[in-house]
Write a protein that binds this ligand. Structure first.
Ligand SMILES: NC(=O)NCCC(=O)O
Ligand SMILES: [Zn+2]
Ligand SMILES: [Zn+2]
Length: 484
């Protein structure tokens, strides 16, 4: 049965125009005026755009002695409710665990997904087995992105020598390196000192992770990536110091992308000074929320193109889980939600304020990341042949965010009380209408895994450049290079 989205205004990353969209077999079959189909979806007054892609989620993540509460069932429903039609989660091997075993675990968990999804692989330890398996992960499993935690000392953190080895391997295999950029050694020292001095509350989490720890680590990762010759994606860029390092690298021609989160763009550090412990602890995440100066920097980065993607890092813990850290802030599970709110919050604070154009909005919520992850134009596009993952956004529709009506399984929402404008009229996932004006008709298990091959165009360009500029011996007449 075909569907047609009629009377809307299509917005892509580079063009806005009036046309209908015909959908057949879960894909876009035709774009143009006056189309008809078996079922009509009226988009009068709406913008019709590629569904959101959230490249940074942690669904049912084993972390800090517990599991994040939203899983692939509740998390992907929440995504669709908010106009996001694809999520990319992180497969995390246990120490010493094989990468492919970790992938199996993630594939087992994701069977319930309501929308399409993919995985990044995390490099949580280093050894010959990891080195070997990286090839299989890219070539057989369709995962081209590998995350390195520079923080969480004693748990997920990898050291510089491990990171450099992994980055070099990725350069060789056509993968992309990702980093959680915070100096884990300094965070560990600061945390211990704060606790010793009696700073045990959630505000100390923010004190333990000043923007310098992020700026230093971002700069270090950029330089290591440059030496290894690998493209680098910096997740949850939250501050000017980190943005500045990314901006400088990009100006110098390095292949680096930065990903601010909707939380860092719209919420600030004053949340940690709330006298209600639960309120503050619910907002504990790494990096922590920052001040207005840093927020302005992130918005400017999105406007100028030095930052490329807006994500959520959705890693949702209940209040009960957050209370593991009463009396010791280092035990508060790190993470916040946002999957359901990213699109309306960014539309409200970005497009409605004039900070972003609608085309820039599409670029940073969908198209840019589809290109970076090498799944464009299957995803992130309104083109004939693309998956019909489509958001029909009604710019006049408003609501006040509240946990009481959210799809996410946790008992609060960090955006509680925020008035947002720009909500989904329809959300389609591979042609299936999953949302109609707030009513969810999602299907458990509908989501499919999206394979993303390695060696995308940025990898190819970078390796040509590196091959051209790599050290090589100078030919000198009469003197053999080997010294023989
Ligand atoms: N961000 C956060 O606090 N929790 C999720 C894990 C991570 O991305 O660091
Ligand atoms: Zn992180
Ligand atoms: Zn994360």
């Amino acid at each position: 049965m075909s569907k047609v989205i009629k009377n809307g205004t299509i917005v892509t990353a580079d063009l806005t125009y009036k046309a209908d969209i015909l959908i057949e077999g879960g894909k876009i079959a035709e774009i143009g005026p006056g189309l008809s189909g078996d079922e009509e979806l009226d988009a009068t007054g709406c913008f019709v755009m590629p569904g959101g892609i959230d490249p940074h989620t942690h669904l049912e993540m084993p972390f800090m002695g517990t599991f994040s509460t939203d899983d692939f069932n509740t998390g992907t429903r929440a995504a669709l409710a908010g106009g996001t039609t694809m999520v990319v989660d992180f497969a995390l091997p246990d120490p010493g665990q094989s990468l492919t075993d970790a992938l199996k675990r993630w594939h087992n968990k994701s069977g319930q997904a309501h929308c399409d999804y993919s995985f990044h692989m995390a490099v949580t330890w280093w050894g010959e087995q990891v080195f070997d398996e990286m090839k299989t992960v890219i070539e057989d499993h369709g995962i081209n992105t590998f995350k390195h935690f520079m923080a969480y000392k004693g748990a997920l953190m990898v050291n510089d020598d491990e990171m450099y080895a992994s980055f070099q391997r990725l350069a060789e295999l056509g993968g992309i390196a990702m980093v959680h950029a915070e100096n884990g050694d300094v965070v560990a020292e600061l945390s211990a000192r704060l606790l010793r001095e009696g700073n045990t509350g959630p505000e100390a989490h923010a004190y333990s992770r000043p923007s310098q720890v992020e700026g230093e680590a971002t700069n270090r990762a950029i330089m290591i990536a440059d030496m290894a010759g690998v493209p680098l994606y910096v997740v949850h860029t939250s501050c000017e110091e980190s943005h500045e390092a990314i901006r400088r690298a990009r100006m110098a021609g390095k292949r680096v992308w930065g990903e601010p989160l909707i939380q860092h763009l719209t919420l600030d550090e004053s949340e940690y000074f709330n006298t209600d412990w639960d309120h503050a602890a619910r907002r504990v995440m790494s990096p922590p929320f920052r001040n207005k100066k840093h927020q302005d920097s992130l918005w400017a980065g999105l406007q100028s193109g030095s930052l490329s993607v807006v994500a959520t890092d959705h890693c949702a813990f209940t209040t009960e889980q957050k209370r593991f850290g009463v009396g010791d802030f280092t035990k508060i599970p790190n993470g916040t939600g946002g999957l359901e709110d990213r699109i309306p919050m960014l539309w409200t604070h970005g497009v409605e304020t004039g900070r972003l154009t609608p085309e820039e909005f599409v670029a940073v919520t969908s198209t840019n990341i589809a290109k970076i992850l090498n799944c464009y134009p299957k995803k992130g596009a309104i083109l004939v042949g693309s998956d019909a993952d489509i958001l029909v956004l009604d710019p006049a529709k408003e609501k006040t965010i509240t946990a009481s009506t959210q799809a996410s399984a946790i008992d609060y929402n960090v955006f509680e009380g925020q008035k947002v404008k720009g909500l989904p009229r329809f959300v389609l996932t591979r042609g299936h209408v999953a949302v109609t004006d707030g009513d969810l008709t999602t299907r458990e298990g509908h989501g499919e895994f999206v394979k993303r091959p390695g060696n995308g165009s940025v990898n190819r360009a970078l390796s040509s450049w590196k091959a051209l500029t790599n050290p090589r011996p100078v030919e000198r007449s009469g003197i053999p290079a080997s010294g023989v």
